[in-house]
Design a protein around this ligand. Structure first.
Ligand SMILES: C[S@@+](CC[C@H](N)C(=O)[O-])C[C@H]1O[C@@H](n2cnc3c(N)ncnc32)[C@H](O)[C@@H]1O
Length: 280
């Protein structure tokens, strides 16, 4: 079974959605109710059609019985596309304007950062490279979490990464911090960069959040499919996990609506600063 026997997508019946949602919750802890319902229903019906499965109940049975099917479905849901220095102008702003100020104000010898939804590691490794450029003697720690265990395996190995994932990375960073694998067009990240990043499983919707902890949090292209309420809850919790003056870096096409209610101040596109606890 799996994609490859397409039939036209059909509208999902309410029972279909519930059957898949319940199976997924029990098997993985992912709750489809946290996601934008209409988008999710469209994606689910397209996936069922690609799998050639008629009903939600039949698909739920498949998820219980065939672990590979569950893996494929989880990958489809989580969409783990990523690349180095993604949305270059935003990274340039971070590199030249934000990082120097964060390094100056951190009060420690280095930065403490968290990449939420780090996928295959391109995002936290980009940050690690910039920190090594800007403050090579600093003691930097980057925590990187994701719910996709397959992506975390590649991230922990430092690659390999293909040319498509490296397109936006400035060439001086690529030359300094990547090395060829010797096979095809693939590259891996050098150990000096890997040492800064600690990868672990983490679900941003379920894990307990610290407060007043990080200088910088990256949560980019992770919440796009969540409902507006869940999105606001996630950004609110991440804001509180920052130390005063800490910065939240979101995706190139993302904005935080009512950011001031979360105690954030707008710095530049995709960049917000934690100022104060919001009044209740
Ligand atoms: C589109 S990728 C973005 C990767 C990277 N942040 C970037 O912008 O290039 C989204 C990632 O978020 C992860 N993700 C989705 N839901 C998550 C959750 N609840 N907790 C943690 N990670 C999640 C997915 O597994 C996927 O790897």
């Amino acid at each position: 079974m799996g994609p490859g026997r397409p039939s036209p997508p059909r509208r999902l019946e309410p029972g279909d959605f519930a059957a898949i949602r319940d199976a997924l919750w029990e098997l993985t802890g992912i709750d489809l109710d946290d996601y934008h319902t209409q988008q999710m229903e469209r994606r689910l019906s397209a996936w069922l059609a690609r799998c050639g499965v008629e009903t939600g109940q039949a698909f739920a049975r498949l998820l219980w019985e065939v672990p590979e099917e569950l893996d494929r479905f989880r990958q489809f849901l989580t969409i783990n596309v990523s690349s180095f220095y993604r949305d270059a102008s935003r990274w340039a702003e971070l590199e030249h304007r934000i990082l120097p100020e964060l390094l100056r104000s951190s009060g420690r010898k280095g930065l403490r950062a968290w990449s939420v939804g780090c996928s295959v590691g391109a995002e936290p490794f980009t940050l690690a490279m910039l920190l090594l450029e800007r403050a090579p003697d600093g003691v930097h720690r980057i925590r990187a979490t994701d719910i996709d265990r397959g992506s975390l395996v590649r991230a922990r190995r430092g690659g390999p990464y293909g040319e498509r994932e490296l397109l936006e990375l400035p060439s001086h960073l690529a030359h300094r911090f990547l090395e060829p694998t010797g096979s095809g067009e693939a590259f891996v990240v050098k150990p000096q960069v890997r040492r800064l990043v600690h990868f672990m499983y983490g679900d941003v919707l379920r894990e307990s959040m610290p407060s007043n902890c990080y200088d910088l949090i990256l949560c980019r292209n992770v919440v796009i499919y969540f409902t507006p309420q869940v999105r606001a809850q996630v950004f609110g919790a991440l804001a509180r996990a920052l130390r005063p003056g800490g910065v939240l870096f979101v995706g190139g096409t993302e904005t935080i609506s009512h950011y001031w209610e979360l105690g954030l101040e707008y710095l530049a596109p995709s960049l917000y600063q934690w100022k104060r606890a919001p009044s209740v």
